[in-house]
Design a protein around this ligand. Structure first.
Ligand code: HEC
Length: 156
């Protein structure tokens, strides 16, 4: 039994190392992000995102799942549009890129702690957090930048 426990511990240690090694060292880490005046000016990765990928994360039920709460006209053919959040049509006219990044990274810093919108690039801890997301942000820095690039295409 002791051997099994050790094996489990070793597995955990190995997967932690794999996780840390897999994290993009060049990107700003969630703990380093500082949002001021509801804005986050520079790209988390230092590079612009890809809007086509961004639309994918936006729709993905496993990742962004933005569509569960936000319905946009350009995704009208997708099933299960949510109406909990406002439609994001024209959102790029209402917000600057720096504001959009702040909203996606940590909506709580922009709308206040009461908002039901999750912050997608903050480290989640606590009992209510799904095991898979403990200690990790929901999206990677690259995925956040892709989503920002997609939101930036939503002009009216
Ligand atoms: C659980 C529901 C929920 C999810 C999931 C969610 N949002 Fe939101 N979002 C909201 C709500 C509600 C608001 C309105 C702010 C408020 O009142 O809290 C909002 C506001 C916004 C706004 C500002 C819109 C405006 O016109 O003012 C943007 C941009 C936004 N969300 C983007 C996203 C993106 C991108 C994702 C996915 C990565 C996402 N949201 C996921 C609920 C959600």
């Amino acid at each position: 039994m002791v051997g099994l426990k050790h094996a489990a511990g070793l597995c955990l240690a190995l997967s932690l190392i794999a996780f840390v090694a897999g994290a993009d060292a060049a990107s700003l880490q969630p703990q380093e992000v500082r949002i001021t005046d509801a804005e986050l000016g520079s790209s988390l990765t230092g590079a612009p995102g890809d809007p086509v990928q961004g639309a994918k994360w936006f729709k993905s039920r496993k990742l962004g799942n933005c569509l569960a709460c936000h319905g946009n006209k350009d995704l009208a053919s997708e099933p299960f549009h949510g109406e909990i959040g406002p439609p994001l049509d024209g959102v790029a006219d209402r917000y600057s890129e720096a504001e959009l990044r702040a909203i996606v990274v940590n909506s709580k810093d922009v709308f206040g702690p009461e908002t039901i919108m999750p912050g997608f690039y903050r480290v989640l801890e606590g009992q209510r957090v799904l095991k898979d997301f403990q200690g990790k942000p929901i999206l990677t820095a690259e995925q956040v930048e892709d989503v920002i690039a997609y939101l930036n295409t939503l002009k009216e």
